[in-house]
Design a protein around this ligand. Structure first.
Ligand SMILES: *Cc1c(COP(=O)(O)O)cnc(C)c1O
Length: 392
């Protein structure tokens, strides 16, 4: 263990030297089936040849110029996003946290410019996660994230999950926006109940406030649509994006309608690295691959296969598993054993999964995982459950 690194992470004692598709290999050649994909980041698996080509050909031309100049790759990626989403404008960041920062600033500036400077409160939900910056932890508000880091940035109202009467009752003249993850990732793969996002959109329309969706984990094809909110047929005003969009290269974005973005004029926000040529070249290729009906449908088909297999495992191991949650390739297994025990035992069976709150084990594989790999994953998950049962 390297003690020169700030010890903020509980790392597994595993180090990988190379990756290929849904597989990671240690120095001595042991292969691990990667069902976490770097927490929903490696959307097209490891060392995807098209992404490697996009990155290396850009690397041979130009790495960084700053946003003092026009960046054609940024322009192209923004156009790809605008052409197929609700958004009219895109700002590029390097991470989900930075996307959250801008979303919060954009909401506040919107109302300020309209002459409603007191409208600063954003309603957020229990169990949510919006990153680890001062605004991100204040937005989520849980004790786990905020304890010891006070005073918190004011302006967030935390409400229980999906009680629309309580949400409506909480809206007042200070309310600026509602911020919600269509599917909570860190919170334990909790799906907004059917019609709920629609209901939130209606509430926002009725009370004239903005709807911001955090699609950092559930976006970019993960649910079988480019963005998860599309399933409900609504359009948000602002969307936060990161993780999958860079396929492993640090890249994030804030998508917005022109109206919502109207306060963000020249000089109001910036990022040295945001939208740099390397990141955008990779992002363009990720979108070109993911955003086709064939690719997105394949995510839904694979989801069906995994879900079916997992339901079989629940029947067989009711002492280990409680329920399956999620949609697309954003799935969670709520465990009866401690979820960390399951993840750790998975390492022994050479399968990588990701823990989440609420005693959930997440499966967030590469979106191009093969059917053989899905079957292999189910077999390794079963072996993992079996060893935990024997150990009991
Ligand atoms: C991961 C995540 C973030 C933070 O993204 P970083 O890239 O780690 O800054 C924000 N929101 C959600 C929903 C996430 O899953």
């Amino acid at each position: 263990m390297n003690t020169s690194i700030l010890p903020t992470y509980n790392r597994a004692p595993l180090a990988f030297e190379r990756g290929e598709g849904s597989w990671l290999f240690t120095k001595n050649g042991n292969g691990y089936l990667d069902m976490g994909a770097g927490i929903a980041v490696n959307a097209l698996g490891h060392s995807n040849s098209e992404l490697v080509d996009a990155l290396t050909s850009q690397a041979n031309k130009l790495w960084h110029v700053s946003n003092l100049y026009e960046i054609p790759e940024q322009q192209r990626l923004a156009e790809l996003l605008v052409d197929t989403t609700f958004a009219d404008n895109v700002f590029f960041t390097n991470s989900g946290t930075e996307s959250c920062e801008l979303a919060v600033k954009m909401v506040r500036k919107f109302w300020y410019e309209k002459g409603y400077g007191e409208r600063v409160e954003i309603i957020t939900f229990d169990g949510s996660f919006h990153g680890r910056s001062s605004a991100g932890i204040a937005a989520a508000g849980s004790e786990k994230l905020t304890k010891g880091f006070g005073p918190m940035l004011p302006g967030f109202v935390h409400l229980p999950w999906s009680n629309h009467d309580a949400i409506e009752a909480a809206i007042n003249e200070k309310t600026a926006a509602i911020l919600v993850e269509p599917i909570q990732g860190e919170g334990g793969i909790r799906l907004l109940p059917e019609q709920c996002l629609k209901g939130l959109r209606d509430l926002c329309d009725k009370h004239d406030i903005l709807l911001v969706v955090d699609e950092v984990q559930c976006g970019v094809g993960r649910t079988g649509r480019l963005f998860a909110h599309e399933w409900s047929g609504i359009e948000p005003d602002i969307a936060m994006v990161a993780k999958g969009i860079g396929g492993g290269f640090p890249l994030g974005a804030v998508l917005a309608k022109t109206s919502a973005a109207s306060g963000m004029t020249a000089g109001t926000h910036g990022s040295t690295y945001g939208g740099n040529p390397l990141a955008c070249s990779v992002g363009i290729k990720v979108l070109e691959i993911v955003n086709t009906p064939e690719f997105l449908n394949s995510v839904t088909e694979k989801s069906g296969l995994i879900t079916q297999g997992l339901l079989g495992l629940i029947d067989k191991y009711p002492d280990i598993f409680e329920e399956i949650r999620g949609t697309g390739l954003m799935l969670g297994i709520k465990c009866k054993c401690p979820n960390l025990d399951f993840v750790r035992e998975g390492y022994e069976k050479s399968i990588l999964t990701v823990p989440a709150s609420d005693n959930v084990v997440r499966l967030l594989p590469a979106l191009n995982i093969t059917i053989e790999e899905i079957n292999e994953a189910l077999s390794r998950l079963e072996q993992t459950a079996n060893s935990l049962r024997i150990a009991k």
